[in-house]
Design a protein around this ligand. Structure first.
Ligand code: SF4
Length: 146
């Protein structure tokens, strides 16, 4: 079954906008404070590339705006260079939560090409009481009553 954003809105559910994808438990480091208990012996788990691609596609259709790839160290996952462009094609803003121990040239190129770390343009809402009119005057919040 595929769930769409319309389904969730019909059900009165506010769409999730931010998604963490914990794509690996592997890391070069073995920090004592690691929340995920990650380390060199960690694995990439059982999810395969098609599974992650489906998650990204469904998340975008459900209204997710931003995906953050986490781990472990997500740059150690061999499919990250495919997952990032997929998220970009799906219209998501992308973040990679990395320890920066080693980023390959291929990944740096992917980060740049897919605007990793850049936020989409923000919509700014200006209250009507302070918004300038086309003529440069301020527009009152509501019409004065006489
Ligand atoms: S994921 Fe982060 S906290 Fe955990 S071992 Fe790696 S660098 Fe340390």
């Amino acid at each position: 079954m595929t769930i769409t954003m319309a389904d969730s809105q019909d059900a009165g559910i506010r769409p999730v906008q931010f998604l963490w994808l914990e794509i690996t438990g592997k890391c070069q480091l073995e920090c004592g404070h690691c929340y995920a208990d990650s380390g060199p012996a960690g694995t990439h788990g059982r999810m395969r590339l098609p599974d992650w691609l489906r998650v990204i596609d469904e998340a975008a259709r459900l209204g997710v705006r931003t995906v953050q790839f986490i781990g472990g160290e997500p740059t150690l996952h061999p499919d990250l260079p495919d997952l990032i462009p997929a998220a970009k094609r799906a219209g998501l803003a992308i973040e990679v939560f990395s320890n920066l121990v080693h980023i390959t040239d291929e990944l740096w190129d992917t980060f740049l090409r897919c605007d990793v770390g850049r936020r989409p343009p923000t919509t700014v809402t200006i209250p009507a009481s302070t918004a300038p009119s086309p003529a440069g005057r301020r527009i009152p919040a509501r019409a004065p009553t006489s």
